[in-house]
Write a protein that binds this ligand. Structure first.
Ligand code: ZN
Length: 249
């Protein structure tokens, strides 16, 4: 029984990662759902901080591409440019660590699993109720996933699927919303993206799973966006990668 901090899709955004860790409640372990690098302008710093604090990792599609394990042919041009920049920027030691990241799913505790995309494929997106229904979770009650950069997830309560999302309006402050987990239901939980949210909320996203209390608490925290954008521009990466941070898209 433990309190697990869930972080995903940091994407080389050290400002968002530091703000998230500073705001995070007390926890016993950090599980990382992948995409530590790619897009952001501080890949070495983000990787080193994740590495020093993390307990369990699965790799993401960008980790794989930045490590050179797969080609960037399937990436959009902006993602490909940032993957190549990241690969050049990473120190030899960090590149070696990234290359050795394990492929998910991983089962760090009983009756739960962590994946980057879906249990079937780290590159697959679980975006809709349809995707959730078809995700091969078997009888595992709780699956933590990332990749979509959308905080929330899905629940299957006695064959009735519904979407989990924050019903409170977006503010400029830190925010938390709590989800009590029902014993009989199955969950797909997305903590959201620390470094590049795409759910219309620019604030860094993460979650805490309290396995004893059986609650998931979702967090949003403001961070120094201007500084993160400046790093992307200074690196000469496409302007869209900087401006999208401000839109949460
Ligand atoms: Zn990602």
């Amino acid at each position: 029984m433990a309190r697990i901090l869930l972080i995903s899709d940091v994407h080389g955004n050290i400002e968002a990662l530091e703000a998230s860790l500073a705001a995070a409640p007390s926890h016993d372990h950090i599980w990382n759902l992948g995409d530590i690098v790619g897009y952001g302008g501080a890949p070495n710093q983000a990787l080193e901080l994740c590495r020093s604090l993390g307990t369990v990792f699965v790799r993401g599609n960008h980790d794989k591409a930045c490590a050179g394990l797969v080609s960037t042919d399937d990436f959009n041009p902006v993602a490909a440019v940032s993957a190549h920049w990241t690969r050049r920027e990473l120190s030899a030691e960090n590149l070696a660590w990234l290359t050795a990241l394990p492929q998910g799913p991983a089962s760090p505790a009983k009756r739960c699993q962590i994946v980057h995309g879906s249990p079937a494929n780290e590159d697959e997106y679980i975006l809709s109720l349809h995707d959730a229904r078809h995700a091969p979770v078997g009888d595992i009650p709780v699956t933590f996933f990332g990749h979509t950069h959308v905080q929330g997830g899905f629940v299957d309560n006695n064959h009735h699927w519904s979407e989990l999302y924050n019903e409170q309006p977006t503010t400029q402050e830190m925010q938390r919303w709590d989800l009590p987990l029902l014993a009989q239901a199955r969950y797909l939980i997305n903590p959201g993206s620390v470094g590049q949210p795409r759910d219309g909320d620019w604030r860094a996203a993460f979650a805490l799973w309290d396995s004893a209390a059986q609650t998931v608490s979702y967090y949003r925290v403001p961070y120094d966006i201007a500084r993160a954008q400046q790093r992307i521009r200074s690196a000469g990466m496409p302007e869209w990668l900087a401006s999208r941070l401000g839109k949460g898209r």
